[in-house]
Write a new protein. Sequence first.
Length: 286
Amino acid sequence: MGVPGERERIGYRAPLAVRCFDAAGAPFARDGLSAVAWPENDPATTVRATLSPVSDLLGFGSVPGRRAYQRARSTDGEPLNWPAPAAPEPFVVRVTDRARRYLPTTVLAEVPVATPVAVPLYPAPGRQAPTGWAVVRGELHGAPDGAPLGWGVVEVSTDAGLHSTVSDADGRFQLCLPYPEALPELPGASATGVAPGSADPVSGSADPAPVGLAALTWPVTVAVRCRPGALRRPPDSAAQDPPYLDSILGQPPALIDRGGDGPQPTVTETLTFGTALVLPLTVVPS
């Protein structure tokens, strides 16, 4: 019901909003993020989002062709009569980070959309890792020519679960992940019960003394998903522009070539506490 004595009522609703988050669950800062959108069939018509002053939303107050959906008006205290929305139209949304902590990300959204579009962000190769987090970084190169493999997916499995990241256009990647929960055997521990550094009464040899947290290590399993031919891009995209995120994450498993036994679906590496794990990976795309 309307409000007695009310002469005019105006309603407004936004056709599109974006909520970004750190794909690895690392501490996230919204400052420096920006987003633009355009109709997929009209790359020249671009609108820019505004960061909400009270939330983490990047909102598009207006987009081309959706004015009738966005506003409603009534008089004499009558309820707002919103028009039925037109058929959804695909819009390209690109999120970038001026601080270069995250890779640029492109998604496709059907506009108007009633709820914010969730956009996971993956760390840029040069990002400073959050304190207390493990770091895995490296490069993806194709076999046999060694050319960089951009926009591949790198997956690292620990006892705590599966963690993934995306390489940039030049094949470089970084993954920030929590250290595994299960502690390995403590450095300097002795299976014989002899105190570290003390002489064994049988062999006469001394166990090595503890060397601290830097000796804590965990095995991790590494896999790659990569098929460059499966990547899709918005019309008129430049070579360095990111493909659609769903096409990146939908790539099938590839093989990792370390020589020796030939290409393998996974490799096992060692993660050391306090030290970045560096992985130059030669990949055979699927």
